[in-house]
Write a protein that binds this ligand. Structure first.
Ligand SMILES: *[C@@H]1O[C@H](CO)[C@@H](O)[C@H](O)[C@H]1NC(C)=O
Ligand SMILES: *[C@@H]1O[C@H](CO)[C@@H](O)[C@H](O)[C@H]1NC(C)=O
Ligand SMILES: *[C@@H]1O[C@H](CO)[C@@H](O)[C@H](O)[C@H]1NC(C)=O
Ligand SMILES: *[C@@H]1O[C@H](CO)[C@@H](O)[C@H](O)[C@H]1NC(C)=O
Ligand SMILES: *[C@@H]1O[C@H](CO)[C@@H](O)[C@H](O)[C@H]1NC(C)=O
Ligand SMILES: *[C@@H]1O[C@H](CO)[C@@H](O)[C@H](O)[C@H]1NC(C)=O
Length: 778
């Protein structure tokens, strides 16, 4: 049996236990004499107690009544555990029991303030560095028990000098003491404006959660360094470059070496034609086509070795410039103008038409006309003027005379500031009757020679080079004037050949001196068209045009064409080049009907040829053009012109909207008036709304901000105002996505390390607790 009893607890616990713990609360400071309420009882033969061990002159025992007491204060930071022994002594002072061990654990009180490791901190930060990326750490220590809140430190920026904005430019991780720029600082720090800042950083113990926490302050001096990580100016590159690729176009550079550069697409492209190397040089990898895409925009990023972004992604803009890679095109290889004899100076003869595929309204597609050659050069070398910008021909004199020359061939150069094209006007057709007698002059031609007149070297002989296999023509030259007279040398036969395309060359009888060659200036072309002597039927018009709605029923009468035969013969009508078989003709009456449904969206103007043939002499026929101009009816539903792919940045902010635009394949005679509405379930309508801005545009906007980050498919209905109105139904693809700083759907980028959260459960501790565990071993 154990005679040693501890009051309070020993009454409650069996004393056979090997150790006992009890707690007692004391109030600080423990300077005065103080005894535990518990005591050791003394039973004979023991008469007194003796305490030994780590008493530190403070812990004592009342040898007669057995109370342990403190005479002075304990300091956990000096000694956290005191191991003591108690022995029971008899009157002789001899040990009769024990020793029993007592362990006193000194519980911490918050009696040490935190202390910074340095007296002042210095740091430097790059302008525009990534918010939250630490550039400096402050560190403080606290001597109190690290397992208790007494040594849990929390850092905070108390002041910030100067502080030009409402929010701070810097932030501190309250647990680690890591200092970084805030979102605002990342954007606004600028060494040109303010290069140094003093932060007053405070550290508090008790996790900064108590008013009773002990604190220390420190100054942190920060220097802001100018950022060279800046978006380069917009790059312009010429389209369709023939240089070997890749071609370097611009460069980005992080403030320190060893950054890892990368490009980040900002918009979806089937092929992304740019790369970046590890020096930050950006290349275009293939020739670009302005007509395909005029402006590219993407981001350049710089990361450290851990893949953490060093700075904000830079926006790179690449503008593709038009080059003059399309030559002008003459609308007709040969343009023929007819001029009346004796027309006055300045008379407008006609306009030469040419086009250019390069960018409209740039110099690359500016066309300029210039006459480079005129044949024959009689009576003057420059009978015509062409308006340089418009291509309009005018007479430069009033001296045109059919006797002098009946046709002129003029070569016009069309330039677009770099490329040029020669367009020709020519000796016109020469139309003669099949029965024109042999020997008759059908055309006069003229070539000139700068050599001495009337010598072998200035005399001209005309030869028909091509187009006269049967030798039907001959050209005689007047030696005085060098004029050539084209005559018929052999009777023509319309049935054998109805046209002759003749190439005539003017040569000197004597060989040209060495080095001089005949060139295209000494060649002329003309066509002889032979007309059948018998007269065929004649149409009332050369061209018939009818207007018709595209939705007329098959079999609708479109028009009646009529031809008359001078001899009064019966006429039969047929259609030719009826490519789509949209029309048919009554062979006797000449009535033309629709033979199939028409579609304006396939062809606006449908053109066929009508032939009238004499019933009794099938070779006697003539042809006219018949054209229907197909008029629009509203038979196409509206569709989207813009807004097929929309996105909103997640998390959503209020008031965001995305524009859509509608269009319609039908002819738009008056301003189109589309109306927009949402289809689908009530859910769709409770999440989204559509608001029309004008006849063709509307905005889609989320109705609230708690939409998930995902792809939405939103049924949209567009109605037009045609007669009858049509409705188009489609699905808008809407992406609610995470966005870049620039507010674009961002491809997932690795998250930079956030601030570790303390996650610490902190109890509220008021006053001072002192726990003493007493272990008694038998
Ligand atoms: C307490 O300690 C002081 C000196 O430290 C001593 O003079 C005094 O006698 C002690 N009191 C008791 C009750 O032991
Ligand atoms: C420390 O920072 C965390 C995370 O920013 C915050 O939740 C907590 O309230 C801060 N603690 C104090 C004492 O400011
Ligand atoms: C690119 O240039 C070549 C000639 O250099 C030209 O043939 C081609 O049509 C051009 N392509 C485009 C898309 O302009
Ligand atoms: C980067 O620059 C250095 C020095 O100018 C050069 O030697 C190296 O080849 C460059 N690297 C690349 C990938 O262009
Ligand atoms: C002459 O040229 C015209 C137009 O190029 C062509 O239609 C016709 O068939 C040609 N005639 C001969 C006989 O080559
Ligand atoms: C033809 O040759 C003459 C004399 O050599 C020259 O004046 C003329 O410009 C040339 N014409 C063409 C089209 O080359």
């Amino acid at each position: 049996s154990n005679k040693w009893r501890m009051s309070v607890l020993c009454f409650l616990h069996s004393c056979t236990q090997t150790s006992l713990h009890f707690k007692q609360m004391f109030v600080f400071p423990l300077t005065a004499f103080y005894s535990w309420e518990s005591n050791f009882t003394i039973e004979p033969p023991a008469v007194s107690l003796r305490l030994s061990g780590e008493k530190d002159d403070v812990i004592e025992i009342a040898s007669t009544d057995g109370y342990l007491y403190l005479n002075g204060s304990l300091d956990r930071e000096n000694k956290a555990i005191h191991r003591l022994q108690v022995e029971a002594l008899n009157v002789m002072g001899e040990k009769v029991k024990g020793p029993y061990s007592i362990t006193i654990n000194v519980q911490d009180i918050n009696d040490n303030p935190p202390k910074f490791e340095k007296s002042k901190y210095y740091g430097a930060v790059w302008q525009n560095s990534h918010p939250g990326k630490p550039f400096l750490r402050v560190h403080a220590t606290d001597r109190d028990d690290p397992t208790t809140p007494n040594a849990k430190l929390s850092y905070n920026i108390l002041h910030h000098f100067p502080n030009p904005f409402k929010s701070m430019l810097f932030q501190i991780d309250n647990v680690t003491g890591a200092i970084s720029t805030s979102e605002l600082g990342s954007r606004l720090l600028n060494p040109q404006k303010q290069a140094t800042f003093i932060l007053v950083v405070t550290v508090k113990d008790l996790a900064g959660m108590s008013e009773n926490a002990l604190t220390s302050n420190i100054d942190v001096e920060i220097t802001v360094k100018e950022n060279i990580w800046k978006a380069p100016p917009k790059v312009s590159i010429k389209e369709n470059s023939t240089e070997p690729h890749p071609i370097s176009i611009t460069q980005v550079q992080w403030n320190e070496p060893d950054a890892k550069y990368d490009l980040l697409q900002r918009e979806w492209l089937p092929r992304f034609p740019f790369t970046i190397d590890q020096n930050g040089t950006i290349y275009v990898t293939e020739p670009l086509d302005r007509e395909e895409k005029e402006l590219y925009s993407f981001f350049a990023t710089a990361k450290d070795n851990e893949g953490e972004e060093l700075g904000r992604p830079l926006l790179i803009l690449v503008q593709v410039e038009d080059i003059n890679d399309n030559p002008p095109v003459c609308q007709n290889a040969l343009t023929i103008f007819e001029v009346q004899e004796n027309e006055g100076l300045g008379s407008n003869i006609g306009t030469l038409h040419a086009t250019d595929m390069d960018k409209k309204n740039t110099l690359n597609s500016r066309l300029q006309f210039r006459i480079v050659d005129q044949n024959p050069k009689i009576p003057l070398d420059s009978l015509f003027i062409i308006q340089q910008e418009a291509g309009t021909f005018q007479l430069s004199s009033s001296s045109l005379n059919k006797q002098v020359a009946s046709t002129y061939s003029v070569t016009v150069e069309v330039t677009d500031k770099g490329q040029y094209k020669h367009c020709s006007t020519e000796y016109g057709n020469c139309t003669i009757l099949e029965d024109t007698p042999e020997g008759e002059v059908i055309l006069e031609i003229q070539a000139t020679d700068a050599d001495e007149p009337f010598t072998g070297s200035s005399q001209i002989i005309y030869q028909i080079e091509e187009g006269d296999q049967n030798k039907n023509f001959i050209i005689e030259t007047d030696p005085q004037t060098n004029r050539g007279f084209v005559k018929i040398s052999k009777a023509l036969d319309f049935e054998m050949s109805s046209t002759y395309n003749l190439t005539v060359k003017a040569i000197n009888p004597e060989p040209l001196v060495k080095g001089v060659q005949y060139n295209s200036s000494s060649t002329a072309y003309f066509r002889v068209v032979v007309v059948d002597a018998n007269e065929g039927p004649v149409f009332s018009k050369n061209t018939y045009i009818a207007d018709i709605f595209e939705d007329v029923p098959v079999g609708t009468l479109v028009m009646t064409v009529t031809a008359n035969d001078p001899e009064g013969d019966q006429i039969r009508y047929t259609l030719k080049n009826n490519k789509r078989n949209w029309l048919e003709i009554d062979t006797v009456s000449g009535k033309i009907y629709t033979a199939a449904p028409l579609d304006r969206e396939v062809e606006h103007d449908y053109r066929v040829q009508v032939t009238a043939t004499e019933e009794n002499k099938k070779s006697q026929s003539s042809t006219a053009i018949f054209m229907i101009h197909i008029k629009d009816v509203n038979d196409n539903p509206p569709r989207l012109a813009k807004g097929n792919h929309l996105f909103f940045c997640h998390p959503l902010r209020g008031g965001v909207k995305a524009e859509i635009q509608a269009t319609d394949d039908d002819e738009q005679l008056y301003p189109p008036e589309f109306t927009f509405s949402l289809g689908g379930s009530e859910n769709i309508k409770s999440d989204w709304e559509i608001s029309r801005t004008d006849g063709t545009h509307a905005y889609l906007s989320p109705k609230h901000t708690n939409l998930e980050e995902k792809q939405y498919s939103i049924p949209l209905i567009i109605n037009d105002n045609g007669k009858p109105p049509l409705e188009g139904a489609l699905n808008l693809q809407v992406n609610v996505c995470r966005c870049s700083d620039e507010g674009r759907c961002f491809i997932e980028v690795e998250n930079h390390s956030g601030m570790p959260s303390t996650g610490m459960a902190v109890g509220l501790l008021l006053g001072v607790l002192l726990f003493i565990g007493v272990g008694i071993t038998d």
